[in-house]
Design a protein around this ligand. Structure first.
Ligand SMILES: [Zn+2]
Length: 425
């Protein structure tokens, strides 16, 4: 089995790999400035055209470039969960819109329609044979966001299998049914994300309480609590947390459309009634109502999560000089994004303007990724069950993680670079 890494090697973002020049697993973009996309699809004999693409989940850095594979006559068939399909379509349209504003075009409406037409959806645990019939694969719950999957792929003729974790979360969240490392099929090769290698998450309940206390302090002092959230997963999780503590947030941005998609796929979330109750309790904001939302002490859950665009910039411009107000970051802030600049240097760039933020900025680790000890537990379990080769991908310190695994278990652990290919027998 040949595995070539087109993105996600020693970096977080633009996850993409191709198996035997035939099957693409994930095809994302890196939402940095400028955007980065996977390396070109090629082999020694020239450009290749894969037959299939499997998407682990709907986050942009795993699926945001999938539509670009659909131009031309021999577009691949695509495989994903039903909720991933709906969100990929929504995000594809958003990417086209963003491209018009920022001057890039990787695909158009036609490619989005083609991707949708070529998509086959499948449930967790359902086994499918791919067109080339030498391969079979399954998706399993990855516990990361609704519809997120690990990908198990087996090549019949070589009797070899791989498990690609995608983005994975072990342990409880309010939104998604939790998974344990025992839930995945054993495989000869493991490809594991490494986002939080070297960092553990604290106790989730304590984190929720600190978050809520901080918001209540802000409201009591007459300020606005701005909570930038990723639209997919994080917005819904945070709205559920706020609701459970009796707070009524304003919700602005794409998180609302994503909520509607989750609602249409009730089995993709842990408790659809709890999710619906939380959103019934929230107040929705569009461009016209923003002024009202910010004119009184309030908690505003809004996109984008890394502050690179979206309504959050409107709110930041309104509160940036107000020491009573607060920005509560709820997720990983990638290098090169406004969120990272805000943490490191205290400013953001909004429409070419530098906005110095004097309101306080706090970070809450509501991560939907496995922490250090969970990542190590997964590697340990796979190595004990016969996995011989482990690839560490999607992280800032994949080399450290690989060194740990080969020291500890003596397995072949590799931190691949983008463009590298490996033949595993
Ligand atoms: Zn993700």
């Amino acid at each position: 089995m040949k595995i070539k890494f087109l993105g996600g090697g020693n970096e977080v973002g633009r996850s993409a790999l191709v198996v035997d020049d035939k099957i693409i697993i994930d095809y994302g973009m890196k939402p940095s400035d400028p955007l980065e996309i996977p390396l070109p699809l090629s082999s020694r004999n020239g450009n290749i055209s894969p037959e299939s693409v499997i998407l682990s989940h709907a986050h942009l850095d795993h699926s945001g470039m999938a539509a670009s594979l659909m131009s031309g006559a021999d577009a691949p068939e695509a495989y994903m969960t039903p909720v991933t399909r709906d969100i990929v379509k929504l995000l594809g349209r958003d990417t086209i819109k963003l491209g018009k504003e920022q001057g890039f075009a990787f695909f158009g409406e036609e490619e989005i329609a083609k991707l949708d037409a070529n998509t086959h959806t499948l449930a967790y645990g359902e086994r499918r044979v791919l067109n080339s019939s030498d391969y079979e694969f399954e998706l399993h719950n990855a516990g990361h966001i609704p519809g997120s999957s690990t990908v198990y792929l087996r090549k019949e003729s070589e009797d070899i299998s791989l498990l690609y974790t995608g983005d994975i979360k072990i342990g409880d969240t309010r939104l998604v049914e939790s998974v344990s490392s025992d839930d995945f099929p054993a495989s000869d090769i493991l490809l594991i994300e490494s986002t939080y290698y070297g960092r553990d998450h604290g106790n989730r309940k304590e984190l929720e309480r600190k978050f809520i206390d901080s918001i209540k302090d802000t409201l009591n002092s007459g300020g606005n609590a701005i909570v930038p959230c990723f639209a997919i997963g994080r917005t819904q999780e945070i709205v559920m947390i706020l609701h459970s503590y009796g707070l009524t947030p304003y919700v602005d941005g794409m998180g609302l459309s994503v909520f509607s998609i989750f609602k249409n796929h009730p089995s993709s979330v842990k408790d659809v009634d709890a999710l619906k109750n939380a959103f019934n309790n929230a107040q929705f904001v569009n461009a016209k109502r923003r002024k009202k939302a910010i004119s009184e002490p309030s908690v505003i859950v809004t996109t984008s999560g890394m502050l690179n665009g979206g309504p959050v910039l409107y709110y930041l411009k309104r509160i940036h000089e107000d020491p009573k107000s607060k920005v509560l970051l709820t997720g990983y802030q990638l290098e090169g994004t406004n969120g990272r600049r805000l943490i490191d240097e205290g400013y953001v760039e909004a429409e070419g303007e530098i906005v110095k933020v004097n309101a306080s900025v706090e970070y809450f680790d509501f991560s939907a990724h496995a922490g250090d000890s969970e990542l190590k537990e997964i590697v340990s379990r796979f190595c004990r069950n016969g996995t011989e080769v482990v690839f560490m991908v999607h992280g800032d310190n994949t080399e450290g993680f690989a060194a740990w695994a080969s020291d500890k278990y003596g397995c072949e652990a590799i931190a691949p670079n983008n463009g590298e290919e490996f033949i595993i027998e």
